[in-house]
Design a protein around this ligand. Structure first.
Ligand code: LLP
Length: 414
């Protein structure tokens, strides 16, 4: 539980959200350093019997201050672009602890990552393998590689966030993996480091991880028999989080089960969690601009829109929404909607809430895939981000000005 009421006022970790909202421009994201640290330590403490490296998945929340906190905790990073690598470096992160995933790494991105001597390129296709070899040879470098297996696992999550099913664009089919490793072995520009997979995000049970891991372990055994030795196994993203308070498998049980299978392999374990590190460590605070009643619905029109948080319309994602100040007034069934001109612009539907114009609402569990997916749609500025440590709150991103949004177009106005 990351939010609680004290005397009817909502607190996020140690922060009195009402006091903070009253004195700062809404909407804003607010993160908790204590919760991020706690989530990180929960993995590392439970995995500490094994040689392991947690590579935080930058895409979940790439704010430089958050990357810096994680780097200070000893985290490595999972990146999917040169931009993310630049973020890691700017935050003081170590490229030598960074793995590069993704199906479409460009030549420029590969060169940049090679120049920074990253830990590993997670390869997603035969063409990419050959391109990487060519670039590495031309740059007089040796690229560390891992091949991403597509374990063809059916996971129970939103179809847009599955990544390890047969029809997904990610990874390489089991039937082709051995050949690809043999090819990699013959390439002079490549150094085989590991094997990896990622089956999807927001997975809240153990079975899919175990099923995928078991398949990958058989591949590792086959590779061993062919004298292809690996140094690490990278099991991809972490657990999902509970958005609706239903209990899910704990990081402790997850780690135990993973270790049971991985420890006998005598390989370093890499894991790339994103959501479970930052997801519950962030809230979005928004102000009610207007309330509106139509014949069939009540609307709470707030100052945060789908450009600030797109998860509800994009993935039909549920985020709990709470009054920042509770009253005894009757709660009304309402849709919480933003100011953007789209019917898809909602933060939550059919919520029992009691607020009036000028009151504040708190959207929970938005630390992962929240701000990073925001846009300037409707020429709305991307909003402020704050980080709390106990009761001390620092701004970690300044909201865009309209001038900044227009700048690059003004420069080339026809
Ligand atoms: N590693 C790879 C290769 C990934 O593709 C991902 C997420 C992760 C790690 C981190 O997975 P996590 O621990 O966060 O589950 N925007 C969507 C989620 C997309 C996830 C994409 N890949 C959402 O808002 O639910």
């Amino acid at each position: 539980m990351t939010v609680k009421y004290i005397n009817n006022i909502l607190f996020f970790d140690e922060v009195n959200v009402l006091d903070f909202a009253k004195t700062n421009q809404t909407p804003f994201y607010l993160y908790s350093q204590n919760l991020i640290t706690h989530n990180f330590m929960e993995y590392t403490q439970n995995l500490n019997t094994a040689n392991h490296l947690l590579c935080y998945s930058v895409k979940a929340n790439s704010n430089l201050s958050i990357l810096s906190i994680l780097s200070d905790l000893g985290s490595g990073f999972d990146i999917v672009s040169a931009g993310e690598l630049q973020r890691v470096i700017a935050a003081g992160g170590d490229p030598a602890k960074t793995v590069f995933s993704g199906v479409g790494k460009t030549e420029e991105e590969i060169k940049f990552a090679l120049s920074k001597n990253i830990l590993c390129f997670n390869i997603e296709s035969q063409e990419e393998l050959n391109t990487l070899n060519k670039i590495a040879l031309a740059e007089k470098k040796i690229a560390n590689v891992s091949v991403r297996v597509n374990p063809a696992i059916d996971v129970k999550t939103h179809p847009y966030i599955t990544t390890g099913m047969r029809d997904n664009k990610f990874g390489i089919d089991e039937s082709e993996i051995i050949n690809l490793y043999q090819e990699a072995n013959d390439h002079k520009g490549l150094n085989i480091r590991g094997i990896d997979f990622h089956i999807g995000s927001q997975i809240t049970s153990l079975e899919p991880f175990i099923d995928a891991l078991s398949k990958v372990i058989s591949i590792i055994k086959e590779l061993k028999s062919l004298k292809i030795e690996l140094e690490h196994i990278d099991i991809g993203g972490g657990l999902g989080i509970s958005y609706d308070k239903k209990p899910i498998v704990s990081k402790e049980d997850f780690s135990k089960e993973i270790l049971k299978l991985v420890e006998p392999l005598d390989l370093k374990l890499l894991i790339e969690p994103g959501r479970s590190i930052v997801g519950d460590a962030g809230i979005l605070v928004t102000k009610v601009i207007n309330t509106k009643k139509s014949p069939s619905k009540n609307f709470l029109i707030v100052d945060a829109g789908m450009n600030d948080l797109i998860r509800p319309p994009l993935y039909s994602a549920y985020h709990a929404i709470k009054e920042v100040s509770q009253t005894k007034n009757k709660k009304i069934l309402s849709d919480v909607v933003g100011p953007v001109c789209e019917t898809a612009d909602f933060l939550g539907k059919d919520r029992m809430l009691s607020v009036k114009q000028g009151d504040y609402l708190c959207v929970e569990n938005v630390g992962a895939y929240g701000f990073v997916l925001s846009s300037n749609y409707n020429t709305r500025p991307k909003i402020d981000e704050y980080l709390a440590k106990d009761t001390d709150i620092k701004k970690i991103r300044i909201r865009d000005t309209i001038e900044q949004i227009l700048e690059n177009e003004k420069k080339c106005l026809v």
